[in-house]
Design a protein. Structure first.
Length: 256
C-alpha cells in the first residue's frame, strides 16, 4: 500500500481516538511504533521543527487536543492530469492524501514527501480555512461490496488473460478477498475505538489489494492484443477506485 496513504490514515485515525480520550493502553504504543518505521526519518507539521516521526506525531496530537478537535477526515487530490490516478499512484506527491481538521481553528493539511539520505522526510503543510467540506462517503458496507466486485473482476481477468506471466496475482488477490469475511480482523492503521469491525475488515482488505506502483506491480503488466489491453486499462481504473476508495471510506468512518 502507498506509504503516503498509510501515513495520513494512521495520523487521522489515531488522532480521532486520541482527541476523544479513547485510545486503549496498548494502542498508544502501537501509534508510536507506526510512526517510527524506517522509511520516514522525520515528520513535520507546518512551521514546527521536524522531529523523529513518533515524537512529532504525538506532539501534534497533543496540540489537536488543546484546540478541542472534534474530528479529522481524509480526501485525496489528483495533481497530475496526464495519467490516471492508478498510474500516478507510483509517484510521490501525485495523489496527496490531505487531512481536514475540524477544531477551533479549522484547517487542511497537505503532505509533501521529500527523499534524501536514504529516507523520506514528510511535511504536512497547514492551510487555515473558513469552512471545511463535508466528510463524504462513510458507507462501509457499500465500499466493501464494490471492493469485493472489483477483486472478483481482477481475479477473473488475470486467470483468463494473465498466463503465464501474471496469473500469480490471483492468489494475491484471493488473500485480500478473504479478509472481507474474516471475523476479528484488526487493521493496525485503525484504533479499536471509533472504528467498527467492518471498517477494520474493509481497510485490511484494501491494503492487501493495493497492487498499484512501479516496476513489477499491477501497473507494469503489458498485453499485445489491443482488445485485452483496453480491458486491462479500464479494469485498472475501476479496480483502483474501489481499493483507494475503500481505504478512504474506512478511515473516515469514525463514530462514537
Amino acid at each position: 500500500m502507498s506509504g503516503e496513504l498509510n501515513l495520513s490514515i494512521a495520523l487521522a485515525a489515531f488522532a480521532n481516538a486520541y482527541c476523544h480520550d479513547c485510545l486503549l493502553p496498548d494502542e498508544a504504543g502501537l501509534s508510536a511504533d507506526f510512526f517510527t518505521r524506517r522509511y520516514v526519518s522525520s515528520l513535520q507539521f507546518g512551521g514546527v521543527k521536524p522531529l523523529p516521526p513518533a515524537d512529532a506525531a504525538l506532539g501534534w496530537m497533543g496540540a489537536l487536543r488543546r484546540m478541542n478537535t472534534r474530528r479529522l477526515w481524509l480526501s485525496q487530490w489528483h495533481t497530475v492530469d496526464f495519467v490516471s490516478p492508478a498510474i500516478a499512484a507510483a509517484f510521490a506527491n501525485a495523489n496527496p492524501t490531505v487531512i481536514f481538521v475540524d477544531c477551533e481553528r479549522p484547517h487542511v493539511m497537505r503532505p509533501e514527501w521529500t527523499f534524501g539520505d536514504e529516507s523520506w522526510r514528510v511535511n504536512y503543510h497547514i492551510f487555515a480555512v473558513d469552512e471545511l467540506p463535508p466528510v463524504g462517503d462513510v458507507d462501509v458496507d457499500r465500499a466493501a461490496g464494490e471492493l469485493r466486485r472489483q477483486l472478483a473482476a481482477a481475479r477473473a481477468f488475470v486467470t483468463t488473460h494473465g498466463k503465464p506471466h501474471y496469473d500469480f496475482w490471483d492468489e494475491h488477490l484471493a488473500r485480500a478477498s478473504a479478509i472481507l469475511d474474516e471475523n476479528g480482523h484488526c487493521c493496525e492503521l485503525l484504533p479499536r475505538c471509533g472504528y467498527s469491525a467492518a471498517a477494520h475488515r474493509l481497510l485490511g482488505a484494501a491494503r492487501a489489494a493495493w497492487v498499484f506502483g512501479g516496476m513489477g506491480s499491477w501497473n507494469d503488466m503489458g498485453f499485445s492484443d489491443k482488445a485485452i489491453k483496453q480491458q486491462y486499462v479500464a479494469l485498472t481504473d475501476t479496480f483502483y477506485d474501489a481499493v483507494n476508495g475503500g481505504c478512504l471510506v474506512a478511515a473516515n468512518a469514525f463514530t462514537l
